[in-house]
Ligand binder design. Structure first.
Ligand code: 1CP
Length: 341
């Protein structure tokens, strides 16, 4: 088993940083698009065999040090009583905008509501064992999930959620609490099924100011981290929050995912102790080979070594050239810390 990724999560020394890429399994790979021509996105997420196949695609193509389960952050919410479709992003049939709707939401048992995800995790562990690659499970953070449930689809300003929290904050907090219970049980079930680390995606946390982050993200994420972190490493990725990383560190995650706003070494200092994951700007991969390689090396030279997991600063973009991902991975796997040369 390649232990590099799990060791780096725990801040142990490694020969070189591990590398994987957020959204590594969909979007840019022709072999993914070939599967998607045959089935809808939700059908894919609900088929253990297909989700397993798609998870393995980037592992077959590149020397990634970890695989991430193929699913979507919205999948575990359907059984709360949500009418969920994808076009191509999540679309909610009856957006949650009243206390009554929040009260009607259920907190499902994942073993009953998403058996296909858990079966997919078990299948993947078997497949990945022979390849020596660990498996990362994931979920959305409560605030980010709430943006979709309240807005009804992807949005830019989150005006409905802001309005809801301003008019009836206690109902909004109850929604975040129900999402917290759903996500924690979902991640626990993934760990029971074999996930060796988990990542919590808080893609829209950066829409909040520090005080709102402390009120609407931090306590809920901290509760989820407390339930999982003793068992497997937890990565928390609150995108756009580098202005208040000291507050982010209070979530207690083993690893903090960072976007491209600050260099890795400065994030380490401000986080005080956790490992850091990131942070190549995804647009870099549209540049020529020399550009991709030098930007990758620049991050390794400030991060590198202990407590750094190489990744992009957000998900790989649709249309990213497949060769560019190869150049990036090649730089990481051949990099050695200066003290080892
Ligand atoms: O047609 C398709 O194939 C659907 C496109 C798609 C895919 C490939 C969606 C809809 N979700 C996914 C998979 C997915 N989503 C993964 C699997 C792993 C992988 O691609 O390697 C993961 C980890 C996610 C997580 C996710 N979904 C996030 C958090 C990460 C991030 O990128 O910020 C978010 C915000 C979503 C919501 C979502 N689902 C799909 C889309 C297009 C979106 C974004 C909608 C928006 O614009 O707000």
């Amino acid at each position: 088993m390649n232990q590099r990724f799990l060791q780096a999560c725990r801040g142990e020394s490694v020969d070189r940083p591990p590398v994987w890429m957020m959204r590594q399994a969909g979007r840019y790979l022709p072999e993914y698009r070939a599967v998607r021509e045959k089935v809808s996105f939700l059908e894919l997420c609900k088929s253990p065999d297909l989700l397993c196949e798609v998870t393995l695609q980037p592992i077959e193509r590149y020397r990634f040090d970890a695989a991430i389960l193929f699913s979507d952050i919205m999948v575990p919410l359907e059984a709360m009583g949500i009418d969920l479709t994808f076009n191509p992003g999540p679309v909610i049939g009856d957006p949650i905008r009243s206390r009554k709707q929040v009260e009607a939401l259920r907190v499902p048992d994942p073993r009953e509501s998403v058996p296909y995800v858990l079966e997919g995790v078990r299948l993947l562990r078997r497949e990945l064992e022979s390849r020596g690659v660990p498996l990362i499970g994931f979920a959305g953070a409560p605030y980010t999930l709430a943006t979709y449930l309240v807005e009804g689809s992807g949005a830019k300003q989150f005006t409905w959620l802001g309005r809801f929290l301003a008019h009836d904050e206690s109902a909004g907090l109850l929604l975040l609490e129900k999402l917290t219970q759903t996500v924690a049980a979902y991640l626990e079930a993934q760990v029971d099924a074999g996930a060796q680390a988990v990542q919590i995606f808080d893609t829209w946390a950066g829409n909040l100011g520090r005080e709102e982050f402390r009120r609407y993200c931090l306590p809920f994420v901290r509760e989820i981290v407390q339930r999982i972190s003793g068992r497997v490493p937890v990565i928390y990725f609150p995108k756009g929050c580098s202005a208040f990383l000291e507050d982010v560190s209070e979530a207690g995650a083993d690893v903090v995912g960072i976007d491209w706003q600050l260099p890795v070494d400065e994030c380490w200092q401000r986080l005080g102790g956790s490992s850091v994951q990131g942070n190549l700007h995804p647009v870099t991969l549209f540049g020529p080979e020399s550009h991709v390689r030098s930007k990758t090396r620049a991050i390794l030279d400030v991060g590198g070594g202990r407590g750094h997991i190489f990744n992009l600063g957000h998900g790989v973009l649709p249309g990213t050239p497949v060769e560019a991902v190869g150049w990036m991975v090649d730089e990481v796997v051949n990099w050695r810390p200066p003290w080892a040369v």
